[in-house]
Write a protein of this length. Sequence first.
Length: 86
Amino acid sequence: MDIQSQVIAIIAEQAILEPSDVTLDSTLEDLGIDSLGLVESIFAIEEAFDINVPFNANAPEESDFDISKVSTIIAGIETLVRDQKG
């Protein structure tokens, strides 16, 4: 399973939706994911990819990690995974 599919599956699980209901342009708000769901999604993503997401749940607007929509989350994770592999 590729990164995009895995991330969509994790986000869909948190939103209690089918992966097919999650589009690249979806925002977490569109999907009904609140701040707690976001934190749980970040933890699940970190565990799935063995990475550390630079995200401050207390100040998400100050994060370098763009959570504005699904596609930007995927792009950030792809970068983190690539950087980790060196």
